[in-house]
Design a protein. Sequence first.
Length: 463
Amino acid sequence: MTNFRSSFRSSLKLDFTTPSLRNRLRQNLCICTLICTTTLSISNALAHVTSPHAEVFPSEAHWVLVDSQLLQQLKLEVVAIEPQSRVALAKLKGADRVRVAEAAHDRGACGGHEQIQDLSPQATSREAVKWAKEIAFPQLVAGHRRSLETSARTSAGQASPDEAKNVGLPRTPLAVDPRIESLTRQVSEQNIEEQIRFLSGFSNRQHKNTATEQVVIQFRDRLIAQLKALSSGVNPWSFDLIRHQSTPMPSLRLKFEGQTTGQDVVILGGHFDSINQSWMGGQKAPGADDNASGSANLAEIARLIAQAPRLQRDVEIYWYAGEEGGLLGSAEIAKAAQSAKKSVRGVLQLDMSLHPGSGRFKIGSMTDFTDATLRDDLKRINTLYIGAEIIDDQCGYGCSDHASWHRHGFPAVMPTEAKKRDMNKNIHTERDVLSASSDLSHSAMFAKLGLAFALDLSGLERP
Ligand code: BES
Ligand code: ZN
């Protein structure tokens, strides 16, 4: 895919290579600004001319992927449409992006669109449609197609290449493993609350803020101390800071070595950075829900994997940098994994777990930019160990780091706190704090689900 993309770029002679242009696109990417935060109804023209977020909505028209219903509602031109997902390709000026964002917000959704980083504003409609048909639209339906291919092969009595590669390792346990059940019962709401308090106590964790690196380092050192304090542990672990080209903020990785180390890996992750995009918003971005909650869930999962029986596959846990700037850290990590031909059993993204917007013990599961077979695995694991209601939903664009993995050909899932329309409306503002409406038992459910996912897919040594 990387090769295809670079040849695609050169054949179209588009200017993707200018770092300043690339960076500007990345910086301008996040589109949830007015949408999720403004309580005033601002006229589009005023918002466009005077918004301190003109940087986020540049006046120049950009190519975007967007919910086609929003385009129809606003009578904006659809250039191409993917029929299954109803995701459309369009070229929108800044003022129209504000209108799309506001309309999405009225429907209880976030930004409703995603700026396409691979197309310059100068790309023609023909070039854009070619890109959408060859790259973006196939990705949108890839999960669905992969699931059909797997079941077709299975019914013909043949193992899929993935299954063949995993011979000897457990694939789909259909019965409860009491060791996994016992570990999920040890998930502590109090630990999760303490981690969220620690992270949301910093003024912000913005990826462009040079002070954020120190927050990542403090968090790493805190986790090291917590893991070292555990009395026993049979799974060797190590931390790495991962530096990036696209952001000064590093990502953090914790690796647990399994018995088959280096062969096949299970990946869990969530973004560590926060952002304030509110109208006239300042620097305060506590990001308790988005995404101290997912980060805290991962810390609690790490504490329990450190006490688990011997893993078979490696388990890697990532706290990504720069998600709010356009999936920056995870894009680099997934690209490197693809170049290294890394074999990945599954990727689970934890982004927002604190606000039970669709009801307690109801989980939204994004069906776009994810893998249908892995979503079935997630449902099986939920049935065995959690018993929550999983509601299929769509972001409509690559709304979190799972999309980076999906785009690089790895199977990913993204369970989140609620259906998108019911998500926490205070994210990206200084009001995203632990509050009376935060539900730690809801959040703990995601730590249990992520833990069971990691242990089930890694496989535990036979007792
Ligand atoms: N936490 C959100 C994504 C999200 C949205 C999760 C809805 C669950 C439900 C994430 O941090 C975010 O803000 N994403 C951006 C897009 C990203 C590419 C910058 C968004 O949704 O606008
Ligand atoms: Zn966010």
